[in-house]
Design a binder for this molecule. Structure first.
Ligand code: PHE
Length: 347
């Protein structure tokens, strides 16, 4: 092939490319033209480049120079056409289509479990009433869970069938797991009353929130593990009237001013007199805890003079409070770990 012929085919190619690129009106059409002219495998430019092989050696420099000019010009025309089409993805220079004005994708964050939310809320309400927060162990000895709370050896509350005694109990005198040295998962947070009175000086006003364990078959209102809020106020002249005021104030703060609360005479070995506390919900009274004046026998175990000091204690079921507030009707839903259920209670 002679040099003039080669240059002529380059010019024709340039003309053709310019014309078709001028009228291109879509990204797809532009991409087709890009492949046609500068495609790496079988583009027209590639074919023309191959023709250089048969050009006279002395003509090669000017043929190469012109070839490069035409190749660059066509590439430039393609880029310009792409820009005109709005930065479409057809030119080899443009990347994927990105719209920086679209809202981002939020990472999905976890949230507090409804029971944790409830515990935080209860602490806040009680701290406004002057109660400070303490904690006690979940694995207890029978001294703190029963003996010091005035629950005698033969009391049904100590029955192995009603408690999670631990097989690795410290010392099992006579093989009876309910003896004084056995260990168990605490069945009530009242254990913390004893622990606090052992350590802290009087007067004191505390709450303690945590897990308790009882071998109950799970149903809509029972679960073998649940939470209690224990309260204890010991001072010189603490009375039953204060107990009722504190529990009423607490109930209206947490459940709303229209909540109906009632106190029913009851019995607990560690309080005298004792009451059970109910609230009205869905046409019936629901028990949400027990309370009473600290029994002088309990003070006696701790060398506190019941002539000088008096106190009240209460233990409320955290799940029942949480369920009433959030309208949850089955306690088991709280512990199924089903995020579709739990997500409804975003904090
Ligand atoms: N510990 C009792 C229970 O679990 C509740 C309670 C606490 C009652 C404090 C009186 C005083 O049922």
């Amino acid at each position: 092939m002679s040099l003039p012929d080669f240059l002529k085919s380059l010019d024709d190619l340039m003309d053709e490319a310019r014309k078709s690129l001028e009228s291109v009106d879509s990204g797809d059409a532009l991409e087709a033209l890009r492949v046609k002219f500068v495609g790496a495998k079988s583009g027209v430019l590639k074919t023309v480049q191959k023709m250089m092989g048969v050009i006279d050696v002395s003509d090669k420099p000017s043929a190469g120079k012109r070839f490069n000019e035409v190749r660059d010009a066509i590439q430039l025309a393609i880029d310009q056409a792409a820009e005109k089409l709005g930065g479409g993805g057809s030119s080899s220079k443009s990347g994927p289509m990105i719209d920086p004005t679209l809202p981002g994708v939020r990472p999905s964050l976890g949230q507090l479990h409804p029971i944790t939310q409830t515990i935080e809320h209860l602490k806040e309400i009680m701290s406004r009433l002057g109660f400070s927060v303490t904690e006690g162990p979940e694995i207890e000895d029978t001294w703190h869970n029963f003996v010091a709370l005035n629950i005698p050896e033969d009391h049904p509350a100590r029955d192995p069938l009603d408690n999670f005694y631990l097989a690795t109990a410290k010392k099992q005198v006579g093989g009876n797991p309910a003896d004084r040295d056995a260990m168990l998962l605490r069945s009530q947070t009242s254990t913390v009353q004893i622990r606090v009175m052992e350590k802290q000086s009087l007067p004191l006003r505390i709450i303690s929130l945590g897990r308790v364990y009882r071998p109950d078959a799970p149903d809509a209102t029972h679960f073998p593990m649940f939470h209690q809020m224990e309260g204890l106020w010991v001072d010189k002249h603490v009375t039953m009237a204060q107990l009722k005021s504190v529990l009423r104030l607490f109930a209206t703060s947490y459940l709303g001013s229209d909540v109906r609360v009632r106190f029913r005479p009851s019995f607990f070995p560690f309080t005298e007199p004792s009451v059970e506390v109910d609230y009205w919900w869905n046409g019936q009274w629901i028990e949400f805890g027990g309370a009473g004046m600290v029994d002088p026998n309990v003070f006696g175990h701790l060398n506190i003079d019941p002539e000088q000091w008096s106190g009240f204690a209460f233990g409320l079921g955290v799940e029942r409070l949480c369920m009433r507030r959030f309208g949850i009707t089955d306690i088991r839903d709280l512990y199924r770990s089903d995020v579709r259920f739990l997500r409804q209670f975003a904090s």
